[in-house]
Design a protein around this ligand. Structure first.
Ligand SMILES: Nc1ncnc2c1ncn2[C@@H]1O[C@H](COP(=O)(O)OP(=O)(O)OP(=O)(O)O)[C@@H](O)[C@H]1O
Ligand SMILES: [Mg+2]
Length: 436
């Protein structure tokens, strides 16, 4: 693009932004009493000037030019009124600091291919959460994926922590949600029982920049938890299971690391299994329970556990099956015929629970660190709606979240930081396993 073409485009754009700001300013009259008062004051001053004009110019009745001077002057005043009102509206529609924002992005190199930085159209506090700021940008042709890729550049340029980047009302606007840089997530948030959510099937995960994040198993019945080694999977798993125990759920744990992750007091409170035969027995019990509940609901005329528990005198407990390294169970490579058959049976039981468990209050929490796309069978993975991914490489992130976002957004040196299926970044509560 030639220099003159660039200049012509820049002029055209600044005209476009002027009209846009004018409309935004006019719209702000509806919501802001301060804007309304300012405009009223401006109009009042011009009205006073209009009325007092003959006195101010001191034209007498005998002056033959008096009507002309008064009329001409008043016409000028009307013109100036229109001009100043227009400027005032454009000013009201201009977000404070927009030049600094644009210069900051330009300096950081966040520009389109002709060197233009995105233009800030509006900036306001979120009505529902005043800790959050909403920034509306004209992306100037920079696609959403590039905004996500350059999240860190934007954060540094604007001195903020970005919570979310999304399209605005249309594809010509980007809506960026942020908190102040000092509002970034802390490295550790110790778990406290005070964080236990009130809902019977709700479990707390951690804090996002905007507050506590929970998962309701009644809505998202099964969890897939991933992350590379040392990312905090076991701590998160135990955090969820501990809360499930508080809520009187029956907890089943498959632990193929010989019990090192689950000290003896877990064995007293949960059904543990340490090898594959035991696992098949536990899963068969759960599938039988599922079938029993199905029959029970059919006879009693209820469609799910919440309805059943509300109206029936005998409350059913939720059952939670957790497996810390589920790839061990699904990987049949190098196994003999007999153990392959056993693993197939285990897989079939897990698939049944994944498919039907929601209504009957039987849930799965499966964790994995293996970046192997084929390890978790598709029909099981598709039913694990709640996805939680810790620090991971792009392959593992893709497996858990169907995007590389965890690899991009979770720094390599953090533990307990997780990205959820809906794009929420959290610091998981740090549950120290010394509690009884
Ligand atoms: N929520 C958290 N907040 C702060 N630090 C954490 C958190 N969770 C875990 N950590 C730290 O990370 C370490 C590793 O956690 P954890 O054992 O849960 O990882 P993991 O993903 O299960 O690893 P592996 O795959 O090797 O089993 C913990 O010892 C702890 O120091
Ligand atoms: Mg672990």
């Amino acid at each position: 693009m030639t220099l003159s073409n660039k200049e012509a485009l820049a002029k055209k754009n600044s005209r476009r932004y002027f009209w846009r700001r004018l409309l935004t300013g006019a719209a702000s009259l509806r919501d802001s009493s301060r804007s309304r008062k300012s405009l009223f004051l401006l109009l009042f001053l011009w009205a006073c000037l209009y009325c007092l004009w003959p006195i101010l110019i001191g034209s007498g009745d005998l002056d033959p030019l008096a009507p002309f001077l008064v009329g001409y002057g008043r016409l000028m005043l009307l013109g100036l009124t229109v001009l100043t009102v227009t400027m005032a509206l454009a000013l009201m529609g201009t977000p404070p600091g927009y030049v600094t924002v644009q210069e900051g992005l330009q300096r950081a190199g966040f520009v389109n291919h002709i060197g233009e930085a995105p233009v800030l159209i509006a900036r306001r506090a979120d009505k529902d959460n005043p800790k959050l700021s909403l920034w509306e940008f004209d992306p100037c042709g920079i696609p959403l994926t590039e905004w996500e890729d350059k999240r860190e550049v934007i954060e540094t340029a604007l001195n903020i922590t970005v919570v979310r980047i999304a399209w605005g009302h249309s594809r010509s606007e980007i809506l960026l949600t942020s908190v102040a840089a000092s509002g970034a997530l802390p490295a550790v948030i110790p778990w406290s029982e005070a964080y236990l959510p009130p809902g019977p099937s709700e479990l707390a995960l951690g804090d996002s920049c905007t507050g506590r994040v929970t998962v309701d198993l009644a809505k998202l019945p099964h969890v897939l938890l991933g992350g590379s080694t040392g990312s905090g999977k076991s701590v998160m798993l135990k955090l969820l299971l501990k809360q499930a125990l508080y809520k009187d759920a029956d907890v089943y744990i498959a632990d193929f690391k010989g019990g090192v992750d689950f000290p003896p007091y877990w064995h007293e409170k949960c059904h543990m299994c340490f090898e594959e035969e035991g696992l098949l027995t536990v899963l068969s019990e759960l599938v039988n329970e599922l079938e029993r509940r199905k029959q029970l609901f059919l006879e009693a005329g209820y469609s799910n556990i919440d309805d059943y528990n509300e109206y029936s005198p005998h409350e059913l407990r939720r059952c939670i099956f957790a497996c810390d390294e589920v790839a061990e169970v699904f990987d049949k490579a190098g196994r003999d015929k007999e153990s392959k058959a056993l693993l197939s049976q285990i897989e079939a039981k897990i698939a049944t629970i994944a498919r039907l468990g929601r209504a009957f209050g039987i849930h799965l929490i499966l964790a994995t660190q293996r970046p192997d796309a084929t390890i978790i069978p598709g029909q099981i993975k598709n039913n694990l709606d709640c996805r939680i991914c810790g620090r991971a490489d792009s392959v593992l992130s893709q497996i858990i979240l169907d995007s590389t976002a965890a690899a991009d957004q979770i720094p390599k040196d953090t533990c307990g930081r997780f990205l959820l299926h809906d794009g929420t970044l959290i610091q998981g509560y740090y549950f120290e396993d010394t509690l009884r």
